[in-house]
Design a protein around this ligand. Structure first.
Ligand code: HEM
Ligand SMILES: *[C@@H]1O[C@H](CO)[C@@H](O)[C@H](O)[C@H]1NC(C)=O
Length: 322
């Protein structure tokens, strides 16, 4: 090839890279490598302490990142307390009495502020803490993309607007809600595998264990023992999302679905004769492919509409705007 055509091909490749790159957020793995190289060890040791105190906290931190990203992007908005100028996301339907881990995030933030004040965003702390939690509980590792900035506001009504899928959702509703955030059905199924850890309240699975037929009878009977039929009684009683190993990040969640032991309606619809069945079966047999697709999907989810450049701010306290 003539050197001029090599030059043209190279130029074209660079132009393409610049354009495709800029349509995405400018997050990068190395964002804090000069400004806060200790961010990873600082966050990880705090996550480790929190999980040692309470194993469930790993699950709660993973879920916080998800609920942050689905409402106006990964901008730390879920962490803001209500103020006189806005009502925030904490008490919105999908979060109230449900999302947890705020104290742990505030603790991580205060340690990070000690090593590099005013540098690391709360939105990035959520992304790192979610990754660390997965790793500590035995799941896959990955490089977290960073450079998100924090919102200066939060919206109760946006968190209630139906962007976060409810546990009553059908397969097509789940798929649509993830599609709306640029995530595929495959991403949705892989991310649902996060239900290999953590717990749910009786109120979100009561209807399934009393009224649905695509459920293992003995599993339903066991769950009924601590989740009374009558609405209002035992609403906050907890059960593990993964009946086998609620503190291990593994692929048991998918095995459970095949055995009709999904706890939520929205879990079991992934394996109920529909278009996600084959993927659930694959993940149930192949932990490596689940891990790899989960990582890909977590990185995509972490890329949802971040504030970058000079947008937003780096909060000093994750619960308040500066
Ligand atoms: C596919 C749609 C999803 C639905 C309908 C859904 C719904 C739920 C519900 C209802 C709970 C229990 C909440 C409670 O009882 O208070 C829960 C817990 C949880 N969810 Fe999801 N979820 C979905 C996707 C995800 C995704 C994408 C992730 C993360 C990548 C995730 C991570 C978790 C975790 C880790 C828990 C346990 C939290 C804890 O124990 O504190 N979920 N989810
Ligand atoms: C949130 O939960 C608390 C405690 O159960 C309840 O009193 C409050 O009304 C709930 N808030 C909203 C907005 O539903």
């Amino acid at each position: 090839m003539a050197s001029s055509s090599i030059f043209m091909v190279t130029l074209l490749a660079i132009v393409l890279l610049v354009f495709t790159g800029s349509s995405h957020a400018q997050l990068s793995n190395k964002f804090y490598s000069k400004s806060c190289p200790k961010v990873f060890s600082t966050v990880k040791s705090q996550v480790q302490i929190a999980i040692s105190k309470e194993r469930r906290m790993g699950a709660s931190l993973v879920r916080l990142h998800f609920h942050d990203c689905f409402v106006n992007g990964c901008d730390g908005s879920i962490l803001l307390d209500d103020t006189s100028s806005f009502r925030g996301e904490k008490t919105a339907g999908p979060n109230n009495n449900s999302v947890r881990g705020f104290n742990v995030v505030d603790q991580i933030k205060s340690k990070v502020e000690q090593v590099c004040p005013g540098v690391v965003s709360c939105a990035d702390i959520l992304a790192i803490a979610a990754r660390d939690s997965v790793v500590i509980l035995g799941g896959p590792n990955w490089d977290v993309k960073l450079g998100r900035r924090d919102s200066k506001s939060a919206s109760f009504s946006d968190a209630n607007s139906g962007v976060i899928p409810p546990p009553t959702a059908s397969l097509s509703q789940l798929t649509n809600r993830f599609n709306n955030k640029g995530l595929s059905q495959k991403d949705m199924v892989a991310l649902s595998g996060a239900h290999t850890i953590g717990k749910a309240r009786c109120t979100v699975f009561r209807n399934r264990i009393y009224n649905e037929n695509n459920i293992d009878r003995s599993f339903a009977n066991t769950r009924q023992k601590t989740c009374p039929r009558t609405a209002g009684s035992g609403d906050n009683n907890l059960a593990p999302l993964d009946v086998q190993t609620q503190n291990n990040f593994d692929n048991d969640y998918f095995k459970n679905l095949i055995n009709k032991k999904g706890l939520l309606h929205s879990d079991q619809v992934l394996h109920n004769g529909g278009s996600a069945d084959s993927l659930v079966e694959k993940y149930s047999k192949d932990a490596e492919s689940f891990n790899s697709d989960f990582v890909t999907a977590m990185i995509k989810m972490g890329d949802i509409e971040p504030l970058t450049g000079s947008k937003g701010e780096i909060r000093k306290n994750c619960a308040r705007v500066n």
